[in-house]
Design a protein around this ligand. Structure first.
Ligand code: NAP
Length: 262
């Protein structure tokens, strides 16, 4: 498997060439509500990615004391018909009590590059990033066993569906799966996607196939360090690192969705 950092760099160069070739000049608008360290870092990362490939961008920051959810929905409606806007991201989390689904469904599905609108034509960025990476590495899907741990709407479920569409035998596990069953499924898995947000949940006591590829989506912070859902040095064929793994693939998935939206 390619080193993810190198793969992402290579793909960004291709995106930059596409932006130049097709004179893509519409901007990505990112609307930010909560302004904590992690959210600021995510927004900053997305702006940096845009700068690197030549996509214009604008960050609109909301103020909880001055704005309410109606203001946000009206803002999105204005952006939907603004000819200079090529994509809209509403950075999560929203302020406490704001209805996420109402906000996400206000975005024109053609501009919803996060892939969260109920009528969206885009894959959510994390599954898209992971699938494109596996395909680029000629991962063989048909008839192979996949275990997806976690069943969220933005990672686990869409990822499981895509893998099923690619003819894998897919097992989805979650918080009610017994540990002995999970260990049994994992021992037979060719691909493991773990997205639960529990630091180092999969440790060296879990056994994987020699050829197993593990994509670690989870992000937790321990003593200021980023940690995945799986220890970085478990025995397997390939395990995506944290940091420097699926987070980078997700950002790439967003850029690709933006290009597809033009
Ligand atoms: P989520 O909405 O936080 O849901 C967690 C899922 O994990 C639920 O389906 C839950 O099962 C399951 N779960 C919890 N404890 C479990 C356990 N002990 N064993 C098995 N399953 C368990 O999920 P998410 O939004 O997909 O986020 C998951 C993690 O990925 C978080 O750390 C998040 O920060 C990270 N993330 C990273 C990226 C990236 O780009 N790297 C992108 C998105 C998310 P139940 O359904 O039974 O409750």
């Amino acid at each position: 498997m390619k080193i993810i950092k190198e793969y992402v760099l290579e793909q960004k160069n291709l995106i930059k060439k596409t932006v130049e070739k097709y004179h893509i000049n519409k901007k990505l608008v990112i609307i930010q509500s909560v302004s904590d360290g992690a959210t600021n870092a995510y927004v900053k990362g997305k702006c940096k990615d845009c700068d690197e490939v030549g996509i214009a961008h604008e960050v609109i920051r909301l103020d909880e004391s001055a704005h309410d959810i109606d203001y946000l929905v009206n803002l999105i409606k204005k952006l939907n018909i603004d000819e200079t806007v090529g994509g809209i991201i509403v950075q999560l989390p929203l302020f406490d009590g704001w209805d996420v689904e109402r906000v996400q469904n206000a975005i024109d599905p053609r501009l919803d590059i996060d892939g969260f609108h109920k009528l969206t034509k885009f894959l959510p960025a994390t599954p898209r990033g992971m699938i494109d990476y596996l395909k680029d590495n000629d991962f063989s899907f048909p008839g192979k066993n996949a275990v997806v741990i976690g069943r969220s709407e933005i990672v686990g479920r869409p990822m499981a569906k895509i893998l099923l569409d690619l003819n894998m035998n897919v097992t989805i596990t979650h918080s009610k799966t017994t540990n002995s069953d999970l260990r049994h499924y994992l021992e037979n898995a060719d691909l493991v996607v773990v997205a639960i947000g529990k630091a180092n949940f999969l440790d060296k006591t879990y056994k994987f196939k020699e050829n197993a590829v593990i994509l670690d989506v989870g992000i937790s912070r321990i003593d200021g360090h980023l940690v995945g859902d799986c220890e970085n040095d478990v025995q397997c064929y390939f395990k995506s690192p944290v940091p420097g793994g699926v987070g980078l693939l997700t950002r790439l998935g967003l850029l690709k969705n933006f290009i597809d939206a033009q």
